[in-house]
Design a protein around this ligand. Structure first.
Ligand code: TYD
Length: 207
């Protein structure tokens, strides 16, 4: 039986990494062997593309070029890690996936369908997530949380207007794929409350 594919999404500073760790621990406590991955990265190609894409000093590229590089990293992650793990019955907990490309590179509305079409080409139906959990927070608040970080990557440096567009992109993804997307407001919630909501979605949607 295929494992569950759980994607955690949201703007920078919404707590994806903390929640991914909580979910991994929860699944391990059930005697499962989840695989925890992040995008872009995890594979050798993905980490090289990550360094290229997130370099704080890099020049601006066309959003289609950026999107293709993120999808190149995604293809490597799918074929090298996600597909084999799911086929072996393991759960996969993935920080960021196609919704990030829609949110970050699909800021011009005309690009959104192009990205959704690309997603359908790269990610076959059998490898679509069982649930995409989008942690939703007002950009003002996520930005405040980020302000405490020592180092901001190139996307985080683009400011609050950019983050507002990112949020709109996530909501567009939720509209395009309503069957597997859950938007979880995280404002004012502590880690345990959000973790409980995540576990509930996982229990309801296990394959
Ligand atoms: P990440 O390590 O996920 O940041 P954080 O831990 O702060 O959430 O950094 C990935 C950055 O890359 C993030 O700013 C969003 C961006 N990104 C895209 O622009 N498009 C994509 O398809 C993906 C996967 C990430």
């Amino acid at each position: 039986m295929r494992g569950g594919f759980w994607v955690l999404e949201g703007m920078d500073g919404t707590g994806k990494t903390t929640q991914a760790r909580c979910l991994v621990e929860y699944l391990q406590a059930q005697g499962r062997h989840p695989l925890h991955v992040r995008e872009p990265g995890t594979t050798a190609l993905g980490e090289r593309l990550r360094a290229l894409l997130l370099a704080p000093e890099r020049e601006e590229w066309h959003p289609k070029s950026e999107a293709l590089l993120f999808f190149a990293a995604r293809q490597a992650l799918l074929s090298e890690q996600i597909q084999p793990a799911l086929a072996a019955g393991r759960d996969v907990v993935c920080e960021r996936f196609s919704p990030s490309t829609l949110a970050y590179q699909g800021q011009q509305k005309t690009l959104r369908q192009w990205i959704l079409d690309l997603d359908a080409l790269v990610v076959p139906a059998s490898l679509q997530p069982d649930a995409v959990l989008i942690f939703d927070l007002e950009p003002e608040q996520s930005f405040q949380r980020l302000g405490q970080a020592e180092h901001l990557d190139g996307f985080e440096q683009r400011g609050i207007g950019f983050q507002q567009q990112v949020r709109a992109g996530y909501l567009a993804y939720a509209e395009a794929y309503p069957h597997n997307t859950v938007v979880l407001p995280v404002d004012g919630k502590d880690v345990e409350e959000v973790a409980t909501a995540v576990r509930q979605v996982v229990e309801e949607r296990r394959p």
